[in-house]
Design a protein around this ligand. Structure first.
Ligand SMILES: *Cc1c(COP(=O)(O)O)cnc(C)c1O
Length: 232
């Protein structure tokens, strides 16, 4: 199937999942995860109507962004080293993977140099997997309070990447937990912090994530096909 056909199917599945759970389909945005995909594949998705993309690797991303003249919006979703943050300034509108204060500090510093603010999500590693980034559920509230003090970023919500399950239902408790944690933070009424975005759900489980409140679903292989090479 072509990217355009895949996109149409995914959009239909997003709408259906939203409607099934009594939600407005417009409240769920598709982040097309284009890591390892060529600039041409991104262009094909743009021609099919997709304008929001997610990337994981700074070097690969900046080269791809340069190769495109299309008016696309980029989110950074991968694990991020502080020394690479400056390369993202002016290129991305949101960073989903902020999991420590030092990284948030550097984002605030780099965006501040241009007099701008960066929208971020705090990444939560709910299962506590050591191979993945993310703060723990226990540390999240404190991290949120600290990051909220930084001048040049805005906390817009939370992101998670659950352990892998063959059955999408396996991920559901993690999606539910992320939603619950967003409620805990909302209740803490930290100035400037909004819990309007929940970034959760990938190719294998985005419908369950939408039923549990996802506002951003990050879908790669279901749109572009299986990745040719896997990294990290
Ligand atoms: C690769 C990736 C995705 C997309 O995964 P698929 O299973 O290909 O849809 C989503 N989120 C993150 C953080 C990723 O690294």
């Amino acid at each position: 199937m072509s990217i355009a056909e895949n996109l149409k199917q995914i959009q239909e599945r997003i709408s259906a999942a939203a409607l099934r759970s009594g939600r407005n389909p417009d409240d769920v945005r598709l982040v097309a995860v284009s890591k390892t995909q060529s600039a041409d594949a991104v262009k094909e998705a743009v021609r099919a109507g997709q304008l929001l993309f997610g990337e994981n690797y700074v070097q690969e991303f900046t080269a791809k962004a340069e190769a495109l003249s299309e008016p696309v919006e980029w989110h950074f979703i991968g694990s991020l080293q502080s020394n690479k943050v400056k390369q993202l300034v002016g290129l991305v509108t949101m960073i989903h993977s902020v999991d420590r204060f030092s990284l948030a500090q550097e984002i605030s510093r780099q965006w501040g140099r241009g007099g701008k603010n960066c929208d971020i999500l705090l990444e939560v590693n709910i299962a506590g997997e050591t191979t993945k980034g993310g703060t723990t559920g226990d540390d999240l509230l404190e991290l949120t309070r600290e990051v909220a003090e930084l001048p040049h970023l805005r906390i817009m919500g939370l992101m998670t990447m659950p352990p892998f399950f063959d059955d999408p239902e396996g991920a559901r408790p993690y999606f539910r937990e992320l939603h619950r944690l967003a409620g805990v933070i909302t209740a803490a009424e930290i100035p400037g912090v909004r819990m309007q975005e929940l970034s959760m759900g990938m190719s294998g489980d985005f419908e369950a994530a939408i039923q549990e409140g996802a506002t951003l679903v990050r879908v790669g292989s279901a749109l572009f096909g299986e990745r040719i090479y896997a990294r990290s």
